[in-house]
Design a protein around this ligand. Structure first.
Ligand code: THU
Length: 129
């Protein structure tokens, strides 16, 4: 994907806005919609810990709230190149299984996964009657 480096750079930029005073684990995300538009997100923690929202979901929800429904790729940047949590994998799966997930660490080392690799046999809208 030719926009890969740009997507990672935007995720790294969004990571600077992370509100993570409890975990000190800053996460940034940038999702590329089929429209060509990119939406970013960071993790937003809360003193009531369970209310924390991951960076990936912030990016997806921003995009969906702007009318997007189809996505090509999401980049996620953390200190250590962690992969998205299970909840975020499921939220991405809602919008199709053909999404590339690019993870990068703070040094810029990248790995790319198919969403289906990260969430095999995932539950999708097609499973609903
Ligand atoms: N976090 C994310 O933003 N995305 C993930 O996929 C995993 C975890 C955040 C949530 C919390 O603010 C911090 O990382 C530590 O769990």
């Amino acid at each position: 994907m030719k926009d890969r480096d740009r997507l990672v750079a935007l995720a790294a930029e969004a990571r600077k806005h992370s509100h993570a005073p409890y975990s000190n684990f800053a996460v940034g995300a940038a999702i590329l919609a089929s429209s060509g538009r990119i939406y970013t997100g960071c993790n937003v923690e809360n003193a009531s810990y369970g209310l924390t929202v991951c960076a990936e979901r912030v990016a997806v929800f921003k995009a969906v709230s702007e009318g997007e429904r189809e996505f090509e790729a999401i980049a996620v940047v953390t200190e250590n190149g962690a992969t998205p949590c299970g909840a975020c994998r499921q939220v991405l799966m809602e919008f199709g299984d053909d999404i590339q997930v690019i993870v990068a660490d703070a040094a810029g080392r990248q790995r790319t996964f198919a969403l289906t690799e990260l969430l095999p046999e995932g539950f999708t809208p097609d499973h609903l009657p």
